[in-house]
Design a protein around this ligand. Structure first.
Ligand code: UDX
Length: 436
């Protein structure tokens, strides 16, 4: 099937390449010429495991091409909208500028019977508005939210947990739901659940899922706060409650909390939208979820200060990690970088290292010192702060080896990803988040 994908960021580039890899003829469209050039060479403009391979094979086989020209969408049967919906500069709501611009750019190239499939995360009610906007073209709007995780984006796109499609309650809507089944045929053949619903439900599924995940993380971080004043160990607590199948152990990783381009802004946008709808109290807890999350960043910084005797002035702190999570070079709202910046604000001598994210971190925070080589970064450190649980730090960093590099054997484990026993056995002062 001929497909266009408008917006070639984390979501759109992966979606375009994944659709080409299952045999569709895909054109990816973006206003950013540099991004389009890189993608046209088969190079991912960001780090995403497995993406380069499918990009390259798509471009080489000519199943996949990229352009800045919106008219290239003409002739495609399905047009995916995959542009970003960042937080507005002056509030918590989602900024729909890019979604509106993408749809407006697409409208002149739509034909009757085309399907416009929204994938961007939008406030509930947006699809209804967009459907009216495109109605004169005779195209049909569906809402098809994306649940991909960075670092697993290719797998999550090709082999999702579920597919959700919001359609209008018309014959066109039914036809559109059937047509999207053809798009996703390989995943459906593997038994992926296919949920057809109305626009509002489809839009809400996405924000509800992210709100639930954020709540789960903040729940365990709230328990970490209690553990800190009682001597309990939040990691053991998480193991114990996680054995209850109704609760489950995943997303109960206590530490410096969540960041990235989705969870933080999505819960704020959801709360803002609920307030607009007169239902602010229904999700008022999301404000608390956000507050707990941000407190963990303060706590991580405080642990470093306390561990260094109450003052970090001039102390050498090596921050291990800049990305908001491992297997990603994304530093948007990264707790790791936030901690580094705060320590720098306390006039610590901060060095940041990360296997993939230094380039992006440097662009946002050029005032920090970055060192690519992990061991070089740790040299003569008074304290190590681990804030992104890359294998390079979690599994491959031997405390005995680290001892030979640093000045002070102090490690603050902002992700509870190190083994306290082996670090302490090597003579280190180990501080976790919510564990004795
Ligand atoms: C998230 C959702 O998981 C995904 O379904 C949605 O489409 C987009 O938002 P992503 O932002 O890629 O995906 O990251 P995710 O793996 O969910 O992690 C989010 C943040 O939570 C990271 O900063 C991570 O370090 C943190 N986290 C995750 C915890 O602090 N503890 C945990 O137990 C799990």
């Amino acid at each position: 099937m001929r497909i266009s994908v408008i917006g070639c960021g984390y979501l759109g580039a992966v979606h375009a390449a994944a659709m080409a890899s299952i045999g569709h003829e895909v054109v990816g469209i973006d206003v950013d010429a540099a991004k389009i050039e890189a993608l046209s060479r088969g190079e991912a403009p960001f780090f995403e495991p497995g993406l380069d391979e499918i990009l390259r094979s798509g471009v080489e086989s000519e199943q996949l091409r990229f352009t800045t020209d919106a008219s290239a969408a003409a002739g495609a049967t399905v047009h995916f909208i995959a542009v970003g919906t960042p937080q507005t500069k002056d509030g918590d709501a989602a900024d729909l500028t890019y979604v509106m611009a993408a749809v407006r750019a697409l409208i002149p190239h739509l034909s009757p019977g085309d399907i416009v499939a929204g994938k961007s995360t939008v406030p509930v009610g947006t699809a209804e508005e967009l459907a009216e906007l495109i109605a004169p073209t005779g195209a049909v709007l569906v809402w098809n939210p994306e649940f991909l995780r960075e670092g697993w984006a290719v797998k999550d796109t090709l082999d999702p947990d579920r597919l959700v499609v919001g359609v209008p309650a018309t014959a066109d809507g039914e036809r559109a739901a059937e047509l999207l089944k053809e798009v996703y045929h390989p995943a459906l053949a593997k038994g992926t659940p296919y949920i057809v619903t109305n626009y509002a439900t489809a839009e809400l599924v996405k924000v509800a899922a992210n709100a639930f995940l954020a709540t789960k993380i903040s729940f365990i971080n709230a328990m970490a706060e209690i553990a800190e004043v009682t001597g309990a160990d939040v990691t053991k607590l998480a193991d114990a409650i996680g054995h209850d199948a109704r609760i489950g152990r995943r997303f109960l990783g206590a530490g410096i909390g969540f960041g990235g381009g989705c969870l933080p802004k999505d819960i704020r946008a959801f709360a803002a939208r609920a307030e607009q709808l007169g239902r602010g109290e229904s999700v008022a807890f999301l404000r608390e979820v956000d507050a707990i999350n941000l407190r963990r960043r303060d706590r991580a910084v405080q642990l470093v200060v306390d561990a260094l005797g109450g003052n970090v002035f001039g102390k050498r702190v090596t921050v291990l990690g800049a990305a908001f999570k491992p297997h990603s070079d994304d530093v948007r709202d990264s707790p790791a970088l936030d901690a580094a910046v705060r320590l720098k604000g306390l006039v610590a001598d901060v060095t940041v290292t990360d296997p993939e994210a230094i380039h992006n971190a440097q662009r946002v925070h050029p005032q920090l010192t970055y060192v690519h080589d992990r061991d070089e970064a740790m040299r003569d450190a008074d304290a190590l702060l681990v804030v992104t649980e890359w294998d390079e730090y979690r599994r491959e960093l031997d405390p005995g080896h680290a001892t030979g590099l640093v000045k002070g054997r102090v490690v603050i484990d902002g992700r509870n990803c190190l083994d306290p026993v082996s670090w302490r056995a090597a003579g280190w002062s180990y501080y976790g988040m919510g564990r004795p």
